[in-house]
Ligand binder design. Sequence first.
Ligand code: HEM
Length: 225
Amino acid sequence: MSEHEWQAPGPDDKRSACPALNTLANHGYLPRDGDNITSQQLIKALQDAYNLSGILATVSTYNGVVTNGLLFKKTFNLEELSKHNALEHDASLSRKDKYFGNPLKVDNELVDKLLDQQVDGKINLDSLAKQRQMQLNHSKEHNPELTYGFVQKVLSGAEGAMLVNVMGGNTNFEVDVAMLETFLKHERLPHTWRKPEKPVSPLEVFNNSNALMKKYDELEKEQHK
Ligand code: HEM
């Protein structure tokens, strides 16, 4: 097997609630068992695989490490980056709320619903905002333990922005449906995908995140008309 060939995780391997981090382990940019990871290793993996800028890779890593209470540990595993209501939250795009099931595992039915939001074969910010609205409505109705406030809204915005910046970095922030299916369902880098040509900067992610949050608000307003 070549160094970065995709391989599915084994039953004892650790994985997170983040499709992008799991993909790094499945391709050997992180230890394939998802364990004994250092912050430096994660920063390098984010740069090598996704071309995040040094500063974005560093900030994202320490955000994960600090919010999950891992700053004083030498190493951590992927599961530890997904403590419920630290970064991991309810009303996700591709994961069940913790109340309903294991958020570390992708839910293919939810991915199909997201892919149904395509516009001409592409998933864009509008598609992501619609899926998030549907998920939030569902959670509000059925999850008595739902936690979803401003912090979770910001996190949803940032995750969506990361997705379009990384997976759609070379295509004007749109992600081909087939590519997204491979990435989310198999946590695999699609064969036809190339990492962004220019390093992904915090400002670009911030801009898309803001645009996405505006779309969330518009959909909320429409719903309450
Ligand atoms: C150190 C860097 C990162 C950390 C610590 C991290 C952590 C997380 C965590 C804990 C979640 C779960 C949130 C939830 O409950 O939905 C998540 C979701 C997500 N992450 Fe990451 N992530 C990182 C980098 C990235 C990158 C580079 C991408 C780019 C593709 C990305 C894309 C996503 C997406 C799209 C979701 C939403 C999944 C969903 O809603 O179903 N993340 N991330």
